[in-house]
Design a protein around this ligand. Structure first.
Ligand SMILES: Nc1ncnc2c1ncn2[C@@H]1O[C@H](COP(=O)(O)OP(=O)(O)OP(=O)(O)O)[C@@H](O)[C@H]1O
Ligand SMILES: Nc1ncnc2c1ncn2[C@@H]1O[C@H](COP(=O)(O)OP(=O)(O)OP(=O)(O)O)[C@@H](O)[C@H]1O
Ligand SMILES: [Mg+2]
Ligand SMILES: [Mg+2]
Lengths: 228, 228
């Protein structure tokens, strides 16, 4: 479902250049839950942005369902992101002037009418994540963890095949964090989604099919810094 | 240094009313590190905003160094926040068009010239937090955890007597999280600051002088939901 080959990402040039990703090879199958962990600044967010077609790699290729992203037209990339990828941002990126429910409903407007989910779907997802009673609040009226769960609901509403989640439990207590993880697990096991989570939360690692370690833009086996 | 008495905070009215805080009594002494934990939505951020004079309670009183905040003029409150309180926001609240170093330096401009810290202080704090090599980057060019550490540096730059930190390690791996905690501990033990941390991170609780549990806007002893 997702394939990265020789992916590198360099920010800036000359002396100020930062190699955020350095030769990444990665494959993610249907129904698989992959967790990538690593220190702050190791490239986790960058990896997810490249995987989700939000950012172009400096070199290497990204394929979703076998199609190379760099060979797609702008319009095809937009459709890919609207229909096949669900993205949970580290900073949530909710629209502050819309209610939680409207924020979750927004991506459904990008689908052709016949393919839109049921009108109750946004509400159902919010309830499943324990924030159903905040559906009419705007993000500024929500706690950090409530906003995080609204962002997850929004990522799931179009029933995407590929779910990319950046620190989905960073603002949650153990119990809410478990609920989020159970939902993501169900997406992989029961619904056949491919789920890629980047996180610092070691508890999440315990539930994954596979755990990889990212350090200084390079991918390896867990074992801590310098490790495998 | 900080005293809350009978503090309540209600958002909205009538049916939509949310009691974010409900009768909070709290005292924090010099050199003390207090950690408050609780589920998402329990009122941690609200508690910190009221303690830091960013938000007025619906009832009850807040005192800093014995002075009632509600009896201060706008100007006195502004001085209090600039000179005596350092606040780390859950969402960082950095200015996107300024470099990390400029973001950290900004609060120093609010002090009378003779009381401003050394011109190198912003850089030193960033280095102490492991982000010295990102001093010239803007927030948009920083990882989540790097932004979080810049926000902490900014809260500390005016050497405030009271430090209020909202989830200061939420975006950090264990190692960076430990560094942050060590720094906050030193502020309390070695420098006599009063430090109030709200968090989900149980590792932090281990280092505190005192740990309290917040649930549905009420404060108690840890013991989990319904606990103690
Ligand atoms: N402006 C507002 N209007 C209405 N309700 C609000 C507003 N701000 C916060 N709330 C509600 O008050 C409650 C407490 O919010 P608060 O942000 O203090 O929680 P928190 O403990 O910090 O949560 P988290 O751990 O998720 O950050 C939440 O249920 C939230 O929805
Ligand atoms: N636009 C940019 N320009 C320059 N450097 C950047 C830019 N964006 C990110 N970086 C750098 O690239 C590196 C990787 O950033 P990234 O956000 O992917 O890290 P991360 O693993 O997600 O960190 P965290 O766990 O703190 O969120 C960091 O050192 C960061 O400073
Ligand atoms: Mg990140
Ligand atoms: Mg909060």
């Amino acid at each position: 479902v997702l394939e990265l080959e020789g992916v590198s990402k360099v920010y800036g040039h000359g002396e100020a250049a930062v190699a955020a990703l350095d030769g990444i090879d990665l494959e993610l199958a249907r129904g698989e839950l992959l967790v990538i962990m690593g220190p702050s600044g190791s490239g986790k967010t960058t990896l997810l942005q490249v995987a989700g077609a939000l950012s172009s790699p400096t070199s290497g290729t990204v394929r979703v369902d076998g199609d190379r992203i760099d060979r797609m037209s702008r319009r095809e990339v937009a459709r890919l992101r609207a229909e096949r990828i669900g993205f949970v941002f580290q900073a949530f990126n909710l629209l502050s002037n819309l209610s939680a429910e409207s924020n979750v409903r927004l991506p459904t407007m990008l689908l052709p009418r016949r393919r839109r989910p049921d009108d109750r779907r946004p509400r159902e997802l919010l309830e499943e994540l324990g924030v159903g009673n905040r559906a009419r609040h705007r993000p500024g009226q929500l706690s950090g963890g409530q906003q995080q769960r609204v962002a997850l609901a929004r990522a799931l509403v179009n029933d995407p095949a590929l779910i990319l989640a950046d620190e989905p439990t960073g603002n949650l207590d153990s119990r809410s964090g478990e609920q989020v993880l159970e939902l993501l697990e169900r997406m992989a096991r029961a619904r056949g989604k491919s789920v890629l989570i980047v996180t610092h939360d070691e508890r999440i690692a315990g539930q994954a099919d596979r755990v990889l370690w990212l350090q200084d833009g390079r991918l390896g086996r867990p074992g801590g810094p310098g490790g495998a």
